[in-house]
Ligand binder design. Structure first.
Ligand code: ASP
Length: 612
């Protein structure tokens, strides 16, 4: 048989009846029915049932069939027939037909499997052993078997379809795909670098890229005008769910554009990608400033698929007699709340006082919580008697209170604490009361971020130091002014998950130097780390901007998988470890010696402090 004569298992259907077909694949499952033997033969395209009837077969062929075990690799020749009506199997797409085998060759045997691979029952209504409960490390150790499961095959094929959609769309939009180095110099994105020692240049190190940020900007200086790359990025970060030490970003950059170009470009791309998962998104996506997001949802990656927005109540209590509020307001604090509409049946006094006020809210870092239930047009709670009639009326009006509503308020001297606690409470309430609509996707752009944020002992860039500020006339030595600056950055958030982010960049040396100065980088540090880049900005660097989209997260969301590891062929586990190859692993003495790493004490250390 040549490969051209091969038929795909999953493609066979009624029009093929009476055809002789040559199939190749794996034994998904088998069933011995007296002496007639049935197997499910699986290849990438799907599954077809093959029947071995000893009446029509030589004993050689039949005996080979009887010796089959799950996941043997086989070649089968046979004739397609229509199944008898009561034996059809709508579990599989080819369930109206089957193949009556005339020959079988075992191409390769299989050991007993560490977990079941078959996902389809051979008979309608029968149960299938599923790999769902198999530990992830076992799945990753035998990833080559796990990948045979139709679910995983589907994930990788959809991933391929999405990547193709990205490439097609960006080529249509006149972008050029360019590869940038993997062995490179550190690019700050807020994580630690993975370092690669150089043998040729002893005791010197490459860094794996946290992103291609500097190279893509240099491509703009290089006149490419529109660049993209599906780039592997490496970040040595503390482990969190849905993070991988290496991940794929759609990285792009364009010259002579503004942020509107990026919004338009990305919205169309996101709409196309989500269509692959049968999800319809409406353009344009809404936008919200960072400040508004913080003040109404307490986070810069808000889930806007449900309400529960914060309502300002500070002014209502300006001259209150309620001691706790008076105290907090005297110290410059604020009071904000949320109205949980129509949920009073689920939020009894007991639940509000003993669970929310005494346990949940303190675990989010708040000292206390004020709650009120709306009953027959009145506010009811343990403290309402301390509020004047006017205050009560204004609360009802401000929160648009109706019978059945529950109002929760948080007061604190620090505005940030109020937002943080209410933000966590908002998510907790939405999750526990099932207020988050299923299968709804709510994209939003978050804009106007602070350019810098305060750290324990200074400031750091909120995105990265190449992000353009809204204005460039700032004093890099004025800490307070620096913290008041807004950036021209934008993040794309869908259902509370940050899927991407980018910015319009700084394209002239002077401002870039001021940013480094603001970050307290010494001149030597700047020269050592970014000298080449600053120099490039001096040769007519065009105005430019770009964005990066976390493709693993996007694909996982489109396919609705429980983790990004489900859409990556060979991911690391939660401990950044690969159970398949046992990486990372120790190396032998000789290798370290060759790299000059045995004694670094006499070696070269870069001067200066590590910043960013
Ligand atoms: N380099 C940025 C990142 O990886 C994206 C960008 O600013 O384009 O998050």
């Amino acid at each position: 048989m040549t490969y051209k004569e091969r038929s795909d298992c999953g493609q066979l259907s009624l029009p093929n009846v009476d055809n002789t077909v040559r199939l190749r694949g794996w034994v998904d499952a088998f069933r011995d029915h007296g002496d007639v033997l049935f197997i499910h033969l699986r290849d990438r395209s799907g599954i077809v049932q093959v029947v071995f009837n000893p009446e029509f077969l030589s004993s050689d062929v039949y005996n080979r069939a009887v010796s089959l075990r799950n996941e043997c690799c086989v070649a089968v020749t046979g004739r397609v027939v229509k199944r008898a009506e009561d034996t059809e199997n709508s579990n599989i797409e080819t369930g109206e037909i089957e193949v009556i085998a005339s020959d079988i060759t075992i191409l390769n045997e299989s050991l007993t499997l560490p977990f079941p691979i078959s996902e389809k029952a051979m008979v309608m209504g029968a149960a299938v052993a599923s790999a769902g409960s198999v530990g992830e490390d076992i799945r990753l150790k035998y990833r080559y078997l796990d990948l045979r499961r139709p679910t995983m095959q589907d994930h990788l094929m959809k991933r391929d379809q999405i990547m193709r959609c990205v490439r097609d769309y960006l080529h249509e939009s006149r972008f050029v795909e360019v590869e940038t180095p993997i062995l490179t110099k550190s690019t700050p994105e807020g994580a630690r670098d993975y370092l690669v020692p150089s043998r040729v240049n002893q005791q010197h190190f490459y860094a794996l890229p946290q992103s291609p940020q500097l190279f893509k900007q240099l491509l703009m200086v290089g006149g490419l005008e529109r660049y993209f790359q599906i780039a592997r990025c490496f970040r040595d970060e503390d482990l969190r769910p849905n993070r991988q030490p290496e991940f794929s970003q759609l990285d792009l950059e364009a010259s002579f554009i503004d942020d509107e170009f990026i919004y338009e470009l990305m919205e169309e791309l996101i709409v196309r990608i989500f269509t692959i998962g049968d999800i319809t998104l409406k353009k344009p996506f809404p936008r919200m400033t960072w400040q508004e997001a913080m003040d109404t949802m307490g986070t810069d990656r808000p889930d806007i698929s449900f309400g529960l927005r914060f309502i300002e109540a500070t002014d209502i209590f300006e001259s209150t007699n309620y001691g706790i509020f008076r105290q907090i307001l005297k110290q410059g604090g604020c009071i904000r709340g949320i109205n949980i509409k129509g949920q009073s049946a689920k939020l009894s006094k007991n639940v509000l006082q003993n669970e929310y006020a005494k346990q949940i809210v303190p675990s989010f870092g708040a000292k206390g919580m004020t709650w009120m239930r709306v009953v027959k047009g009145n506010l009811e709670s343990n403290i309402v008697q301390f509020f004047s009639q006017d205050e009560q009326n204004r609360i009802k009006e401000r929160f648009q209170a109706e019978d059945g509503d529950v109002i929760i308020m948080i007061a604190d001297q620090l505005h940030r604490n109020v937002n943080d606690v209410l933000g966590l409470l908002r998510l907790h309430i939405a999750n526990s009361l099932n207020l988050i609509p299923l299968n709804e996707y709510a994209p939003i752009w978050i804009t106007d971020f602070p350019l810098f944020e305060a750290t324990g002992n200074g400031i750091t860039s909120n995105h990265h130091p190449f992000t353009a500020p809204h204005r460039t006339d700032f004093n890099p030595d004025d800490g307070e002014e620096l913290l008041s600056l807004r950036s021209r950055a934008y993040d794309l958030v869908i259902n509370g998950e940050e899927l991407g982010g980018g910015s319009i960049r700084i394209n002239e040396r002077h401002t870039q130097e001021k940013i480094f100065q603001a970050l307290r980088l010494s001149e030597e540090d700047v020269e050592e780390k970014f000298g080449f880049f600053l120099h490039a900005l001096e040769y007519g660097a065009p105005p430019h901007g770009g964005i990066a989209l976390g493709m693993d997260r996007v694909i996982s969301m489109v396919l609705g998988t429980s983790s990004i590891r489900e859409v990556i062929a060979f991911p690391k586990n939660r401990n950044a470890y690969c159970p398949l190859t046992n990486a990372p692993s120790p190396v032998v003495y000789k290798q370290l010696a060759e790299l000059g790493l045995l004694d670094m004490r006499g070696g070269r250390w870069a001067q200066g402090k590590k910043v960013m």
